[in-house]
Design a protein around this ligand. Sequence first.
Ligand code: GLU
Length: 460
Amino acid sequence: MSRDETRTLIQEVVDKLKKETFSNEFTNNENGEVFDSAAEIIKTTDKIIKSYIRVSRDNGVIERIPAYRVQHNNISGFYKGGIRFSPAVNEEEVENLAILMTIKNALHELPFGGAKGGVFVDPRNLSPRELNLVSKKYVQRLKPDLGPTKDIPAPDLGTNDKVIDWMVGEYKTITPGESYVNSFTGKSAVNGGVAGRREATGIGTFLSYYYLRDQWFKQAKTMKVTRPKSWKNLETLIHSDQPTRVAVQGFGNVGSIAANEALKCEDEHIVTAVSDEDVTLHNRKGLDIERLLAYSEQHRRLPRSAEELKEANVQADIDSPSAVLTSECDLLILAAVEGQITEENMKDVSAKILLEGANAPITKNADEYFENNGIIVIPDILANAGGVHVSYLEWMQSNNDKPYTKEDVITALTDKMTDVCHRVYDHYFYSENHETTRMLCYKLALMRLITLLYRHGKLY
Ligand code: GLU
């Protein structure tokens, strides 16, 4: 979904809520002005910062690189969201991702608002010195707008705990005497991070699907409602004596961990395709994910030739990177980047469940097409919130100096994600409205945001 599609969806959902009047709290709402005012606020962004950072490359050339921080809305709490380093970064993308953070945090009832950062750079083309410089310059430039009670960044695409540690170090240097450990999340364990933060998004993504299949569906009530079309597909999949075939787009932090989670329920799942920027690997009988994980840990990518597959000791057919999207499978995990499934290729998708580990990989029209054709989409704002759930724990740990064990983290992540998924699936399957899962998630999130805006007196 693009930024404009996200805004259109916000307006559509607010218009629905206006008609349904979800709460009798809005006493001065005779003409729906509470909702109109809320839509105006949520569709616009609080602050967009664009700056050019100066980086001296190893060859002595100076480059000015565009860097962004977009603070969308902080009605739910301090601004929060990752910083990505990617050659696809632009203002529109970063703003869309910031809006999604606001909605995601509201849906998951986390006490944070929404923000996102980005630097227009390909980290794979930077030396360690250059990467360190970009990270430090970003903090130097953005410092007035960051801080533990203003805006708390985290890793995202192309960044990791190493980058975040450098950012914390720079923040500490330029703000002597101020608290710094709680100014960023996604730090390394030795620098105040929590165990499990790196894996959290992938674990949460798989959980949002597996909870539906393994728990919610088995205890679903028999009710006199017409089920959404996706009910039948799910039932068939769950009762099949064949393992569920999983295809995973993206083999980074989210995709590789989600594939590994699928492996843990091995008798029910086989991973038949995985991809990265260079290649799709297929095996109808199931890929050896453990060996692919070991290979990608060492080489930072998947094997992409017959020789490399031999070196990895993996049996697979090699195909183009986008082939994963249309490969024969039951569950497609989209864990790469935005805009992957559009009107162009939606009809070629064979999966019956689409799981968004990345942000915004499916366009709005494609989303509606899947809903109308009985294919369930588990949307980004529901599925990939594991990272920010664990960021919240890390921020609490940094505030209170009370350490969490990995077990505490995984238990809290599982409990919180399960609660939210339970609420969403109840609404989705027990309602006669047959809205898309995404629309339902937006409804729940916007109900919370509108209530907070109203209670804070912002809608007068
Ligand atoms: N970048 C992650 C996301 O998009 C995590 C954000 C955070 O932890 O603040 O959800």
